[in-house]
Design a protein around this ligand. Structure first.
Ligand SMILES: Cc1cc2nc3c(=O)[nH]c(=O)nc-3n(C[C@H](O)[C@H](O)[C@H](O)COP(=O)(O)O)c2cc1C
Length: 445
């Protein structure tokens, strides 16, 4: 009989990434929280996570971010502060920089908003992160989706959705030009000739748009991976078009295999429309995974988590308030969502809310509130590995993103030390990295 690891399947491997719900207190009062309340000033949990992801061959960790204290539940900041829901939350670029020093191959991507930064400042920050990580940094290109955040940065509220993407497009163009303002061979470090940088290989960009103006050049050399890796998550048509134009990898936030396939085809088409190749964008899909020793154990854990959320929907309501800028506590939990849809209009996470309303139909808010918006996979490592294989065979690429609420060392180990070895035994994901840089590994297959 052959050893289990020789049962390799012929399929192309797919990519894995982790969507970290912010540099925040993940859980401080649950049984396996450990010293969870100290995660901001003692970020060992994240270092352990990053090292485990690297051991498991993940392409990247993405650090979600928002920079405001939410008050979208019962019109108050109380619930968020009291429970540590999305606050306190530290700056992701500080954590990103730390994580690069504890890993050697993992891609590390902070979220940085085009509504909060200036192009030069952002291009420089990410380029610097790319230098200190030897080519493993990236940028999650978000347009901003909170009025409260906008008000922290000198505005009265968010610009309209379409204008945000127009600004973001210009912003990305300026950032890419700044990243390209040094030729790859500009640093010559020629002691004999007394030349460190060949000045003829560094040029100004003289960018002048409707919203931004920047002269350049950047004062940081060209990226060791040519350019930092860009990520995008917005799912509206404008968001998908923006992703097709600028993103190297995309977070797919949809539910069914058909929607996944359609999403991927759509953004790949948009990439081609913008003069890129379809394979220049890697679409990774968020999934909701519960893995345990046996299928029964996993089902039990999943059901327990869902019934706890159903019994006390406050956190789910508060999270909807956080993402949509709408106070869901003002809605009737036991009335059909489509009867209340007049109140469900946002300038914030538009596609997230639209998908929620469409999925809900005539079901009550209570019924749909705890239902994940992404595929749910529950079982032993082998069961879930087989399900992921089936999804990818249908969608044809390019991989998955995991995310966990109430993240603990115990919870991420179920993925990195349980599920991933099962995927590796099936030949579905890499066993080791082939290249030093993030970009090379992401585009290897
Ligand atoms: C899965 C997912 C993750 C996101 N992560 C962030 C984030 O970390 N920070 C942020 O400001 N916006 C985030 N966004 C918001 C998007 O970047 C975008 O601004 C928002 O979804 C509105 O665009 P859309 O209508 O095209 O979806 C996320 C969106 C999705 C769907």
């Amino acid at each position: 009989m052959s050893a289990p690891w020789t049962e390799a399947v012929s399929a192309d491997p797919f990519h894995l990434a982790w969507f970290l719900n912010g540099f925040k207190v993940q859980t401080w009062d649950s049984p396996f929280a450990g010293p969870g309340g100290r995660h901001l000033n003692s970020p060992d949990l994240y270092i352990d996570l990053a090292r485990s992801l690297e051991r498991a061959g993940f392409d990247y960790i993405l650090l979600e971010d928002s920079s405001f204290v939410p008050d979208g539940y019962q019109g108050s900041m109380e619930a968020y502060l009291k429970n540590a829901w999305m606050v306190p939350k530290g700056d992701p670029s500080v954590l990103a920089s730390l994580l690069t020093q504890f890993t050697i191959r993992l891609g590390v991507i902070p979220t940085l908003s085009t509504s909060e930064y200036q192009p030069y400042m952002l291009a420089r920050l990410v380029a610097t992160l790319d230098q200190v990580s030897q080519g493993r940094s990236g940028w999650n290109m978000v347009t901003g989706s909170s009025d409260l955040a906008a008000r922290n940065y000198g505005r009265d509220g968010l610009p309209p959705h379409a204008e945000r993407y127009e600004r973001a497009d210009e912003f990305a163009s300026a950032v890419f030009q700044l990243w390209d303002s040094w030729a790859p061979d500009a640093v010559v470090e020629d002691r004999a000739a007394g030349v460190y940088v060949d000045h003829a290989k560094v040029r100004t960009v003289d960018f002048e748009g409707k919203f931004f103006k920047t002269r350049g050049p950047l004062n940081v050399p060209r990226s060791p991976q040519d350019r930092p890796v860009t990520v995008q998550a917005g799912g509206s048509p404008a968001g998908r078009n923006f992703a097709g134009k600028w993103a190297d990898t995309i977070i797919g936030y949809v539910k069914t295999p058909e929607e996944m396939r359609e999403y991927r085809e759509y953004v790949r088409d948009r990439a081609v429309a913008h003069g890129r190749r379809a394979q220049d964008v890697k679409v990774l899909f968020l999934i909701d995974v519960t893995v345990a020793e046996t299928d029964e154990d996993a089902k039990r854990a999943d059901e327990a988590a869902r019934s706890a959320a159903l019994a006390d929907p406050a956190e789910e309501l508060a999270m909807m308030g956080f993402t949509t800028n709408l106070d869901f506590s003002r809605l009737d939990l036991d009335r059909p969502v489509n009867e209340q849809s007049a109140h469900l209009v946002t300038n914030g996470h538009k596609s997230v809310l639209d998908q929620f309303v469409a999925r809900a139909g005539d079901r009550t808010l209570r019924e749909v509130l705890t239902e994940p918006a992404t595929p749910v996979l529950v079982g032993s490592p082998d069961t879930v590995a087989a399900q992921m294989d089936e999804y990818m065979q249908h969608v044809e690429g390019d991989g998955f993103l995991f995310t966990q609420n109430n993240l603990t060392r115990r919870s991420f180990a179920t993925i990195t030390d349980g599920l991933v070895p099962a995927l590796q035994r099936r030949g579905l994901v890499r066993r080791e990295y082939s290249h030093p840089t993030f970009r090379e590994n992401l585009f290897e297959f």
